[in-house]
Design a protein around this ligand. Structure first.
Ligand SMILES: Nc1nc2c(ncn2[C@@H]2O[C@H](COP(=O)(O)OP(=O)(O)OP(=O)(O)O)[C@@H](O)[C@H]2O)c(=O)[nH]1
Ligand SMILES: [Zn+2]
Length: 364
């Protein structure tokens, strides 16, 4: 953790040095070439990314959760309207060369220079990525430890699981819970298709772990889910067919139009079905749909983090021999389960996740 914070501070310092800081005196010449551009930069919120083009919302109402005030909430559309500020422009930008290989993802707050009019065929430049509150990542698979950032600044991961058709996969849920824990994002289990099956079994698995959940079905009012996503930045993940699009369309009445508008702005025209898109909720807050993300490789997550995201086993593991892989011989978790301390299926799930990171296939 400390390392990460240190690295972030270092990065910020580097930005300062090559961005804006102009100290008169000491013989240092002002960098007139870059300075004015950065001073004129406007704030943007990345709502879509498509092949090197970043669609950014500029204007009032972009989320500002990156505050020192703990109660800071994203400014909502409603609040913006009350304040009489509804200027929202979608600007298409590219990454400034000075950002090098630094990735920019949906949810990022950025500083933009150049033509920020949002007029067709204009292209602005992103010159800075603001410090992130969170970063949801995955590896392509469990053994590829190249981290792929998916979404920045989300504060809730909505794990969408159908109660039937397709049947729920607890191991997939466990995997998503690890990803949420690793990213320091609150999980929310969203159980769909309640008209087809009862939620009791899944609820009895996850409620004791303190995982909040909502149960929904097509056409149901979604009141509780709506409350839980309002004024937050929530990422929706789930397998194909679980009812994610149905949910998005119910939560964001003009979701389809918003997505095609984003695509029209990018000039791509066609539906970008593989990248994440941030959609604003009418009540305030954002949901980020991740159509192309079917799974989360966890190769980049430390074993300790995987274990820590299983609160039902984390403590029992203090009795393990030093250097225990928790996969077999001598692992205290076996005794713990034998004595009735934990659910065997959950231990199996934990072990599959740990083992899959070492190259054994995991079929979830
Ligand atoms: N019975 C029932 N069917 C539902 C419910 N919600 C969605 N469906 C149906 O399930 C199917 C899949 O729903 P989608 O919303 O397209 O699922 P998705 O998760 O977006 O799937 P992809 O588009 O493949 O990612 C559709 O035929 C929906 O009509 C529900 O609550 N009950
Ligand atoms: Zn162990």
């Amino acid at each position: 953790m400390r390392d990460t914070i240190g690295a972030r501070a270092l990065k910020r310092r580097q930005y300062d040095e090559d961005d804006v800081r102009v100290r008169p005196g000491k013989g240092s010449r002002p960098r007139t070439r870059t300075r004015p551009a950065h001073e004129e930069a406007v704030e943007g919120f990345v709502v879509a990314v498509d092949r090197g083009r970043y669609t950014c919302l500029v204007g009032d109402g972009i989320p500002r959760v990156n505050g020192d005030a703990p109660a800071a909430r994203p400014q909502t559309k409603a609040a913006a309207r009350r304040a009489g500020k509804t200027d929202r422009i979608l600007v298409v930008a590219m990454k400034a060369r000075e950002l090098g290989r630094k990735g920019i993802v949906v949810g990022d707050r950025v500083a933009i220079v150049g033509d920020v009019s949002g007029r067709p065929d204009t292209l602005a430049r992103i010159v800075r990525v603001e410090e992130r509150d969170s970063m949801l990542r995955r590896s392509a698979d469990d053994t590829d430890d190249i981290e792929r950032p998916i979404v920045a600044n989300a504060d809730q991961l909505v794990i969408v699981t159908a109660l039937a058709d397709p049947p729920p996969r607890p191991r997939m849920i466990d995997r998503m819970l690890v990803a949420a824990f690793d990213a320091d994002i609150d999980p929310l289990l969203c159980l769909t298709k309640a008209d087809l099956a009862a939620p009791d079994e899944l609820v009895s698995l996850y409620e004791p772990l303190g995982v909040p959940y909502v149960v929904v079905e097509k056409g149901s009012p979604l009141g509780e889910l709506r409350d839980r996503v309002t004024d937050r930045i929530s990422v929706l993940v789930g397998h194909s067919g679980v009812g994610k699009s149905t949910l998005v369309n119910a939560l964001v009445p003009d979701a389809r139009r918003a997505v095609s508008h984003v695509n029209a702005v990018t000039g791509r025209g066609r539906h970008t079905s593989t990248s994440a898109v941030a959609l604003e909720l009418p009540e305030g807050g954002w949901i980020i749909d991740t159509p192309g993300v079917r799974s989360f490789g966890l190769a980049h997550v430390a074993m300790e983090t995987v274990l820590a995201s299983f609160p039902d086993f984390n403590e029992a593991a203090v009795d393990c021999p030093k250097g225990c892989t928790h996969l077999g011989d001598g692992c205290a978790l076996d005794r713990f389960v034998a004595e009735g301390g934990g659910d065997p299926a959950r231990l199996e799930s934990l072990r599959r996740l740990l083992a899959s990171r070492e190259g054994s296939p995991d079929d979830d």
